[in-house]
Design a protein around this ligand. Structure first.
Ligand SMILES: [Zn+2]
Ligand SMILES: [Zn+2]
Ligand SMILES: [Zn+2]
Ligand SMILES: [Zn+2]
Length: 321
């Protein structure tokens, strides 16, 4: 990935009637009322007290849940296969040689367990056999979202109110309230289009948050500019909204109308599927007016709510495949 070029792109908002609204009112929302209860629900086991079975299946080294093959040392200390490969054949608990002993009994106990999804404190009420729990948790609708900030490897995760505060405070992202926008993207030397020039702005309307991305990247031989919207929430909810983007000058304009993509899809994935307003550089310079030395694009747009669509099927275009 090419380096960021934050400094060279300026984003000038000219939305007079939109007030910068503090998102401070949301900072408390990620303090969830229910904490992880010490009493696991839905345990279908056994002679042992449920908590202790659960604790037995926690790797004493990394504290993750253990999945087959579960290993043990000659003294019976267990550990997970990831940790086993890291400890150079020494039991981390008793320092004896580890050997290669499977702990089949514990694997069998695990098989008989049913456990709640680990996101149950975030609202998921589903219960799974131990070995299919991981698979569900990877796609659970209640799992935390990744930070939608593009162009950096930000590892922050959380719920939407938390991420909105994170974008504002840590990434210094512009926040706007309202369902229309009018942005100017200015770049003084458009000849130097590198792969990852980009801007992110967050919009707050209909009680939801949307990320407006503006990027410059190389498409084959030609540099292009692209604008698209992502919905801060799940794909099923994203389908309730539509948006339009317009850019133009001198009696010509390009209009894009689409459905915002969920931030569950990485910005990279959305970009590579060309699911947004794409402006060829020559056209972008034409729209900029003047001597074509400076990129000055005015992108206007609108977000609106669709009527509920009862048969709303998944329909995500991938125009470049
Ligand atoms: Zn481990
Ligand atoms: Zn040991
Ligand atoms: Zn779940
Ligand atoms: Zn981040």
């Amino acid at each position: 990935m090419a380096a960021m070029e934050m400094d060279s792109v300026e984003c000038v908002s000219s939305v007079e009637d939109e007030e910068m609204q503090s998102a401070a009112s949301h900072t408390n929302q990620h303090a969830h009322p229910h904490q992880y209860s010490s009493k696991p629900h839905g345990l279908v086991a056994s002679v042992l007290a449920p908590t202790s079975v659960h604790e037995l299946l926690e790797c004493p080294v990394c504290t993750n849940s253990m999945y087959p093959p579960i290993h043990q040392c000659h003294n019976g200390h267990t550990l997970c296969s990831t940790c086993k490969s890291r400890v150079h054949n020494r039991c981390p608990t008793c320092r004896q040689e580890l050997g290669d002993i499977r702990c089949l009994a514990l694997e069998k106990v695990a098989e008989s367990l049913e456990l709640p999804c680990k996101y149950f404190s975030l609202g998921c009420s589903e219960i799974f056999p131990y070995y299919s729990k991981l698979k569900h948790e990877a796609v659970c609708n209640f799992r935390p979202y990744s930070c939608p900030y593009a162009g950096s490897e930000c590892s922050v995760t959380g719920d939407i109110p938390y991420l909105v505060a994170h974008l504002r405070d840590d990434h210094k992202v512009d926040m706007h309230t309202g369902c229309t926008f009018n942005h100017r993207y200015v770049k003084s030397n458009p000849r130097e289009v590198e792969n990852a020039t980009w801007m992110l702005t967050v919009f707050h309307c209909f009680g939801q948050y949307f990320c407006l991305h503006f990027e410059a990247f190389q498409l084959g031989m030609a540099p292009v500019y692209m604008a698209f919207l992502r919905f801060m929430g799940d794909e099923t909810e994203a389908r309730n909204y539509s948006y339009s983007l317009e850019v133009g000058a001198n009696g010509r304009k390009l209009i894009w109308e689409g459905t915002p993509r969920s931030v569950r899809d990485s910005h990279r994935k959305v970009r590579d599927s060309h699911d947004g307003l794409i402006i060829q550089r020559n056209m972008a310079l034409f729209f900029s007016g003047g001597d074509r030395k400076e990129l000055k694009l005015r992108v206007t747009g609108r977000i609106w709510k669709e009527q509920q669509n009862p048969d709303g099927g998944v329909c995500i275009p991938n125009l470049c495949s």
